[in-house]
Design a protein around this ligand. Structure first.
Ligand SMILES: C[S@@+](CC[C@H](N)C(=O)[O-])C[C@H]1O[C@@H](n2cnc3c(N)ncnc32)[C@H](O)[C@@H]1O
Length: 309
């Protein structure tokens, strides 16, 4: 995993005129112990002083988590219990496109040379215990860690990343740039919201998915307060600190014991206008502090390559 050593300047991102001057917002740095980081935010929603480093994020190009699992070091990060989904069924163009219904785990190889030379990987179905070999490029690991940003240049993989990273009953999902609702409409979770600045898109999305919540708004035009209020208004406030405020003697099993997650997906500008994507990302990280962000953007993806990710 690569860390950017440049200081974080979200404001630079928001006002950058060219892609060369852009700095990614809220990035993890090697100086994260610095308590005087001016760009960090001082307080949580409830007014408590917070740990600033908690809100630093790590960026990934999606295939570093998926098709380049050929690297043994990446594979080892997954073993042995990390959940994964995988792609199956060839589409018309011969590519595997359909997402597995089951969540599986990777089976650890005893023999390292065997695993690294093989382009296939052994997966295990947790319920039946049966095993099966698939090509590594078809594996989609489900990221467990908080404060991660996954960037994909393609809509197809972006959608699948959204669909595998939410778990019914516990997670919240927001998509900025939901268009006709196809991505958000197929997410299964506790509560979700599709946002788009186009009235036509929101009208179509609402008729496609009548029980889902949609909001017609331009996220780059609203105030920070309005942005923060969206979480309250649409009941999307995640439990960030599991059990922290609970009565120690309360041993009731409830959803807080599992720690709900907020997953935010951003797909606002086709393949252009990196600045708008960066501005949107900056606002999302500041105002919503999501656990995971999934971005579809070719320009941000290229930027990550330029930065050595
Ligand atoms: C490529 S489409 C999204 C496709 C959709 N995510 C899907 O999977 O089908 C991009 C959408 O972003 C919306 N959009 C662009 N800028 C926006 C902004 N600042 N705020 C909200 N929506 C925005 C556009 O109206 C458009 O519908």
């Amino acid at each position: 995993m690569r860390f950017c050593t440049a200081p974080t300047t979200a404001a630079t991102a928001a006002t950058a005129e060219t892609t060369e001057t852009i700095t990614l917002p809220n990035i993890t740095t090697e100086n994260d112990d610095d308590e005087d980081d001016e760009e960090d935010y001082g307080h949580d929603h409830d007014g408590k002083k917070k740990n600033n480093n908690k809100y630093k994020y790590t960026y990934h190009r999606h295939e570093k988590l998926t098709s380049t699992l050929q690297s043994e070091s990446n594979l080892k990060k997954l073993l042995p219990t990390s959940p994964c989904r995988f792609l199956l069924s060839k589409g018309k163009d011969g590519r595997k496109t359909q997402l597995s219904k089951d969540t599986v785990t990777v089976v650890q190889h005893n023999n390292d040379s065997e695993s690294s030379s093989d382009d296939r990987i052994m997966i295990k179905y947790p319920k039946s215990g049966s095993t099966y070999k698939i090509r590594k490029e078809y594996l989609l690991p489900i990221i467990q860690e908080d404060n991660q940003i996954i960037v994909s240049p393609e809509t197809d993989i972006y959608r699948k990343l959204c669909w595998i990273h939410t778990i019914q009953d516990y997670d919240y999902f927001i998509e900025i740039g939901c268009d006709f609702g196809f991505t958000s409409g197929n997410v299964i979770c506790k509560n979700k919201l599709g946002i788009d600045k186009s009235k036509t898109s929101i009208d179509v999305a609402q008729s496609n998915y009548p029980t889902d919540q949609f909001l017609e708004i331009d996220v780059l035009e609203i105030t920070v307060q309005e942005m923060e209020d969206i979480l309250i208004q649409y009941q999307l406030l995640q439990q960030q600190d599991n059990n922290e405020d609970e009565d120690e003697n309360d041993d009731d099993e409830n959803e807080n014991d599992h720690g709900s997650r907020l997953v935010v997906a951003i797909d606002i500008n086709g393949n252009r206008e990196l600045n708008a994507v960066i501005q949107c990302l900056d606002r999302v990280l500041k105002c919503w502090k999501p656990n995971l962000v999934i971005v579809k953007s070719r320009s941000l993806y290229s930027k990550l390559i330029d930065m050595g990710y």
